[in-house]
Design a protein around this ligand. Structure first.
Ligand SMILES: [Fe+2]
Length: 187
């Protein structure tokens, strides 16, 4: 699935600009993690872009989040593999622990989903200048548990299961997000 098609489909269901940006950032990180692992970059980015497609549809009913996204994607005739991964990403609703994820793409999504927010928060303390965020900044902010507390550190750390050291993941994520910084409206 082409990046443009994924983005267009996301915007059919998601109107909140901030959420669209979160999905773009998550997709950008997914692309870089795929590259690092020799996986399908285009597919992993599409998964990142589409993972929260149902967010506005389910509203406050977070138990449906993920599964509803899978349904939408299947109805929209999106690749079943993409739909399946999206359908399984909300471990809270599935009452499973993140440790139970075994497939690299699922582990990568847990990391990217949370790391994207942490890096955006790092850019915001630097006046929206993503170009001024360094791996060192991310490392420091990662350790400050109160900083962007909603970005779950344990989920980010899961990337180590893919034999990607945390610092390398920060480097890749930053590179991926810099590639799309205009779309994220960051400098
Ligand atoms: Fe997300």
């Amino acid at each position: 699935m082409k990046r443009e098609d994924a983005l267009q489909l996301l915007q059919k269901y998601v109107k909140d600009d901030k959420l669209v940006k979160h999905c773009i950032a998550t997709g950008a990180i997914m692309r870089m993690l795929a590259r690092e692992l020799g996986a399908d970059e285009e597919m992993w980015e599409a998964i990142g872009i589409l993972h929260d497609i149902d967010y506005e549809v389910v509203g406050k009913d977070m138990k449906r989040h993920g599964k509803e996204g899978e349904k939408i994607l299947l109805e929209e005739r999106v690749d079943e593999e993409i739909a399946r991964v999206v359908g399984r990403h909300n471990h809270f609703a599935l009452e499973m622990s993140i440790e139970e994820y075994e497939e690299p793409v699922e582990i990568a999504l847990q990391c990217a989903d949370n790391l994207s927010g942490l890096i955006v928060a790092c850019a915001l303390v630097k006046d929206g200048k993503l170009s001024e965020v360094s791996v060192k900044t991310i490392k420091k902010k990662f350790k400050e548990k109160c900083f962007a507390a909603g970005c779950l550190r344990e989920n980010i750390k899961l990337v180590e299961k893919l034999n990607i050291p945390l610092e390398r993941a920060f480097e890749l994520a930053l590179e991926g997000m810099l590639d799309v910084k205009d779309e994220l409206e960051l400098e």
